[in-house]
Design a protein around this ligand. Structure first.
Ligand code: SF4
Ligand code: SF4
Ligand code: FES
Length: 253
């Protein structure tokens, strides 16, 4: 068995009891066990919620579901970087205190849980779905060309974790920007042959306020995406699609 990088894990966790409560920091100290992830540390704290100084406290609250970096629910700042806490192994972090904080671009519900609803609202705004009316059997649908399947596979891996929204300097409480993940989903759904009728509507949404033009091209989003989704490729392609639509609308007048 490989030697453990530390014998004790020191954690500093930003806590907040309710959305309107003042945040506070609490420190915890745990014996390290092999292959511990950040979530295993939180589970250990939940078993015995006592601070490093021995004061009893409430268990730290966090969100998770899949525990295999697929659902995005456990995303938080680990040492200041947005990551899935189920997938971060303690041994891969530098020595010293590990800091855990909730994402800063969403409202805190409690402790490390944030409300990612604005991201889902933005997905609704860009109509990130294939409309099937359900009144008749639509049949098997068109076969996807390999080039479309490749694009669809890349973008369908988005788990709405929010890492890209956290890293984007243009996405914040005072901006209307829809954010990188919802805009990139337009690339996915506009590529699908079943949904050619909604392509222009989606493009018009991202041509408007809070759309593509608000992206400053800093590329922080692509740096932090755990699924390595080609977000900036999406913005480039959508830029071409919106330009073509704009020209078409101009000449139609
Ligand atoms: S390229 Fe920069 S500004 Fe544009 S969505 Fe990504 S992080 Fe935000
Ligand atoms: S694009 Fe990547 S970082 Fe952004 S929400 Fe999707 S999976 Fe997360
Ligand atoms: S619990 Fe699903 S990504 Fe971590």
């Amino acid at each position: 068995m490989p030697a453990l990088a530390r014998s004790t894990i020191e954690l500093r966790i930003r806590r907040q009891d309710t959305p309107s409560a003042a945040p506070r920091w609490e420190e915890f100290s745990l014996p390290q066990q092999p292959d511990m992830s950040v979530i295993s540390c939180l589970m250990e704290i939940r078993k015995r919620p006592v601070t490093r100084r021995g004061a009893p406290t409430t268990p730290v609250v966090w969100d998770c579901s899949c525990l295999e970096e697929v659902c995005g629910a456990c995303t938080m700042l680990v040492n200041g970087v947005p990551r899935q806490s189920c997938a971060v192994l303690v041994d891969t972090l530098p020595g010293g205190v590990i800091t855990l904080e909730p994402l800063t671009k969403f409202l805190v519900v409690r402790d490390l849980i944030v409300d990612r609803q604005p991201m889902f609202d933005a997905l609704r705004q860009v109509k990130a779905w294939l409309p099937i009316d359900g009144t008749h059997d639509p049949g098997p649908g068109p076969r996807l060309a390999e080039s479309v399947r490749e694009v669809a596979y890349e973008f369908a891996r988005c788990m709405t974790c929010g890492c890209c929204m956290e890293a984007c300097p243009q996405y914040h409480g005072r901006s209307d920007f829809l954010g990188p993940a919802p805009i990139a989903q337009v690339r996915l759904f506009n590529a699908h042959p079943t949904d050619a009728l909604n392509v222009a509507e989606r493009l018009e949404t991202i041509m408007g306020r809070g759309g593509l033009a608000d992206c400053g091209n800093a590329q922080n989003c692509i740096e932090v995406c755990p699924k390595e989704i080609p977000l900036t490729e999406a913005f480039g392609e959508l830029g071409r699609q919106t330009l073509a639509l704009g020209l078409k609308q101009l000449f139609r007048r």
